[in-house]
Design a protein around this ligand. Structure first.
Ligand SMILES: [Mn+2]
Length: 283
């Protein structure tokens, strides 16, 4: 008998019941302020993931030895951020209710809000670790509160002061940096102080959101809002190794835009990074 052609991220073909981590795609880029295209990231990452090895020489671990279930992409409506967020929250909540950890592939960064809403309901003492070039702390963008430029402000609405830790930030309006000084822990430009943050958070539950544009555009050009002066892949790997010490209850990678990835190197980087994250976070 022949079997169905089912596309997953490489080696993420475990049974749902056995999986500790459940992957899903949130192909939404409806509020992207500059250059859209992130809706194609999850499908591009699945197909390009077969260009990387399942084995990590960094960790001497293999995706074949851990249990990740890829539940595919959500079919998100165009033109309704709120409905898209509801569907993302539903999916994340279902995974969390089953005692598993959601791993979401964006999409633009707004998708994070759906998963954070679900995680904060299950874990009222939730914290967020946020890697990004952009502060994403605007209260509104052109009058719209549900925008990828506002996503961390919306998360703050839920979590309040002192629960959001931001790293690598090098872009935003003055008001966002003032907001950060009062309400979040922000480290500009790099990952200095990540070890301190990890110690401070301890074993409280953490949602980790990784906007891939934190990486320098020379290494990662495939994104809608490239911002010069970013971190390197190696620096990011070091920071993720620190984050892995935390109690990560959910995470996402977002803002890969295959449309601007003419050479394919950004997608290849994102795939390798996701492999490393899945292996680091697997306990
Ligand atoms: Mn960003």
């Amino acid at each position: 008998m022949l079997s169905k052609n089912i596309s997953t991220f490489i080696a993420c073909d475990c049974e749902y019941e056995d999986a500790q981590t459940v992957l899903f795609g949130a192909p939404f880029d409806g509020t992207t302020s500059f250059r859209p295209g992130t809706r194609f990231a999850s499908s591009a990452m699945r197909s390009e993931s077969f260009g990387i090895e399942t084995y990590s020489p960094y960790q001497d671990k293999d995706l074949e030895d851990i249990c990740v279930f890829d539940s595919g992409d959500l079919e998100l409506p165009f033109g309704s951020p709120e409905r898209a967020l509801e569907m993302i929250e539903e999916r994340a909540a279902e995974i969390l209710a089953d005692g598993k950890r959601p791993c979401m592939i964006g999409g633009e960064h707004l998708v994070t809000l759906g998963a954070v809403r679900a995680a904060a309901k299950k874990y009222p003492d939730l914290h967020i670790i946020h890697f990004d070039a952009h502060a994403d702390l605007r209260d509104d963008y052109l009058g719209e509160q549900l925008s990828h430029a506002c996503v961390l402000h919306r998360c703050w609405d839920i979590l309040g002061d002192g629960r959001i830790y931001q790293f690598g930030i090098r872009s935003g309006e003055r008001a966002e940096f003032r907001f950060a000084a009062e309400h979040t822990y922000m480290n500009k430009f790099n990952f200095d102080g990540i070890d301190k943050a990890v110690r401070k958070i301890g074993q409280q539950p953490v949602y980790f959101t990784l906007d891939l544009d934190v990486i320098d555009p020379s290494e990662f050009p495939g994104t809608g809002t490239p911002e010069a002066g970013g971190v390197s892949f190696k620096e990011l790997m070091g920071a993720i190794k620190e984050v892995a010490k935390l109690n990560i209850v959910g995470f996402d990678v977002n803002e890969l835009s295959p449309v601007y990835d003419q050479t394919g190197r950004s997608t290849a980087l994102a795939c390798k990074l996701l492999r490393e994250i899945l292996l680091y976070f697997n306990k």
